[in-house]
Design a protein around this ligand. Structure first.
Ligand code: AKB
Length: 317
């Protein structure tokens, strides 16, 4: 991994992955789609405009920057995917296979995140095993299962170095996520500071696997840096970190903001998606094959989130 292209750099993961890769000394091109401008903090290095579905233009960028590794972060998340299923399919399946074709020609390494969205109601919900039933009910989940299978197919048939992790809900404060089921766990922090009250779209007792962004960035980078001869799973690894329900994250916030109130206004679509996903994950394969260890617990994450959001709101006031 030397010259890296990050597709979807303006998004929730990309806006933090690009600076992290650059800080680690990698030449990293931040590629946006052109629809959302790249955030200013990414323009201190090379940038490009890339449409994942336009293979010729993508190939030209890969050639121009002599790219050897692509992090493909373009995705339409679970809740929005239910309102735009064909767009989710096109990006999540045609986008991935087009990139894998380029990877085959140009000998690229490719990271395309998978998600807990690959699981469904028949999957065991407690400590969901690495190898288990993947029959999702969302279009997002279907594209992620297809992405995992395609990545393993290109690895087995053409030797493409494709790797991925199944991300849980990702929590961050730099760039807002768009249209996920787990996004409540970000909104709750902003509302706790802005208004002191949060109306949660998921019921009490809805446990979901979650992860703080610094851990998510490390997972992607450490997997791509891992010695391939140790890996057995490739696409895709369960990565565990946190598991909580709305009451528990609210209680963590209340340790810092005792007046904070949690109310409920359940959204049936989000609730049905959340109910089909695991409570927590067995990530022993990631721990054994590439030494995965998460670093943040819930209270540590809460402290960083509340401090960072307070600073941002103060600066923008
Ligand atoms: C979503 O909620 O759709 C995403 C995910 C878990 O992949 N955050």
């Amino acid at each position: 991994m030397k010259n890296i292209l990050v597709i979807g750099a303006a998004g929730q993961i990309g806006s933090e992955l690009v600076p992290e890769l650059r800080a680690r000394g990698y030449m990293t091109v931040a590629a946006g789609s052109g629809r959302t401008p790249l955030p200013e903090h990414l323009t201190d290095g090379p940038t490009a405009t890339v449409n994942l579905l336009d293979s010729d233009a993508l190939d030209a960028v890969i050639k121009h920057f002599n790219i050897d590794t692509v992090f493909n972060l373009a995705a339409i998340l679970s809740a929005v995917g239910e309102t735009r299923p064909m767009a989710a399919w096109n990006l999540g399946v045609y986008g991935v296979i087009g990139l894998l074709e380029l990877a085959r020609d140009r000998k690229l390494s490719v990271f395309t995140p998978s998600s807990i969205g690959v699981f469904g109601p028949e999957t065991p919900h407690n400590l969901t095993p690495q190898d288990t039933v993947c029959r999702p009910r969302t279009m997002y989940g279907i594209t992620k299962v297809a992405g995992e299978l395609l990545s393993d197919y290109y690895r087995a048939k053409y030797g493409v170095d494709a790797r991925s992790v199944r991300y849980p809900g990702l929590i961050s404060y730099v760039t807002p996520p768009g249209g996920g089921t787990t996004d409540y766990a970000i909104d709750i922090y902003w509302k706790a500071i802005e208004t002191g009250v949060y109306r949660c779209p998921l019921k009490a007792g809805t446990y979901l696997p979650m992860m703080f962004m610094p851990d998510a960035l490390r997972a992607a980078i450490e997997l791509m840096e891992a010695d391939a001869s140790r890996l057995k799973h490739f696409n895709s690894f369960n990565v565990g970190a946190l598991s909580f329900d709305p009451e528990e994250v609210a209680a963590s916030i209340q340790k810092r903001l005792p007046g904070f109130k949690l109310e409920y206004d359940v959204n049936p679509l989000l609730q049905s998606i959340a109910d089909s996903w695991p409570d927590d994950l067995d990530d022993s394969a990631a721990r054994e094959e590439w030494d995965w260890v998460p670093q943040y617990n819930l209270d540590q994450m809460t402290n960083v989130m509340l401090n960072a959001i307070t600073k941002r709101l103060t600066e923008s006031a």
